[in-house]
Design a protein around this ligand. Structure first.
Ligand code: NAP
Length: 287
């Protein structure tokens, strides 16, 4: 843990519940490594207390915080300025105090694309297929468009929610590239995609024996494809084990978690985050 002094600055994460969050482990390891006089704390905030919590954090000089479920959307009307990426995604996960008000952004899309950018591929002819159309899928779609993918296919099980998802985007770059499909249409896309992403919670512990799609479907992926699961417990998931058996490159959800945290820390402290230190702290905590 960082040492606490009279000068120690406060950072943290608000959520309800927040006890499960791995962000304190990652962020405190990073703050200590950088020698910054700050500490990152979990703040349990019930939904009805959110405005009071933000006013209180402003009053005591909290420098910044992450927002997690259920506050990612609810916090938005309480902010002075929201970055375009967070407006598009419709959620804020990183907030900082500046110039007399709270500013918000979303670092999930940057976190999602970071391990893909490491692969140094040409994305201009890749049509990612995204399983699920919940909150995380929004960051994934924004990330895929930022990568330069010409089209993004989102597969969902509820037609009403899919239609709402499709209509919720305002940026022309996303509106023009997004295609929503129901699960029965998935097989039309599997043999054509180089990037298959699971954003559903299917396969997450304790249901670790489950996978959103079966081995026969995964075998349709073409050579060189990437299977990416946002889940980080277990690692790897059944989805990734089966995809790897077909020859796919696999990416689990830990790197997205590390990189969204690194991008948040850089906002708060204005210097490069020690990503390797954060990754190692996270992996140790997950063990
Ligand atoms: P969410 O908003 O609840 O969305 C989940 C999506 O999965 C919804 O579209 C839901 O469909 C669909 N789904 C749920 N069960 C399904 C099933 N049995 N079959 C087909 N579809 C199903 O959740 P989220 O916030 O997007 O999170 C999704 C996953 O991503 C979680 O496992 C979370 O831990 C992970 N995640 C990881 C990171 C990271 O940094 N690695 C970040 C964010 C999220 P309906 O709407 O029809 O129910």
């Amino acid at each position: 843990m960082p040492e606490i002094h009279g000068t120690t600055q406060l950072l943290g994460i608000i959520g309800h519940p927040v006890e499960h969050s791995l962000s304190p482990v990652m962020q405190n390891a990073a703050l200590m490594h950088l020698g910054i006089d700050a500490i990152f704390l979990p703040f349990p905030v019930e939904p009805e207390h959110l405005p009071t919590a933000l006013a209180g954090m402003a009053a005591i000089g909290v420098r910044g915080f992450n927002a997690t479920i259920p506050h990612k959307q609810a916090v938005m009307p309480l902010l002075k300025t929201i970055t375009p990426v967070a407006q598009q995604i419709g959620a804020v996960n990183t907030v900082w105090w500046d110039d007399g008000g709270w500013y918000g952004t979303n670092t999930d899309a940057a976190g999602f694309i970071a391990p893909l950018q490491e692969l140094a591929r040409d994305w201009s002819d890749v049509i990612p297929v995204v399983l699920g159309n919940g909150g995380a899928a929004r960051a994934v779609v924004a990330g895929c468009v930022e990568l330069g993918c010409p089209k993004v296919v989102v597969v969902g099980r509820n037609e009403e929610k899919l239609a709402a998802f499709e209509q919720s985007w305002t940026a022309p770059a996303i509106q023009q590239r997004l295609k929503v499909q129901t699960w029965d249409q998935l097989d039309n896309w599997l043999s054509r995609t180089q990037l298959l992403i699971n954003t559903t919670p299917v396969g997450m512990a304790p249901n670790s024996d489950r996978s959103p799609i079966d081995a026969v479907q995964l075998a349709q992926l073409p050579g060189g494809a990437i299977a990416y699961d946002l889940i980080y417990t277990p690692r790897p998931t059944q989805f990734l084990i089966q995809a790897q058996a077909t020859g796919a490159t696999i990416i689990d959800g830990t790197e997205m978690l590390v990189q969204q945290g690194a991008a948040a820390l850089e906002r708060w402290v204005g210097q490069p985050a020690p990503v390797a230190v954060m990754r190692s702290a996270l992996l140790k905590a997950l063990e």
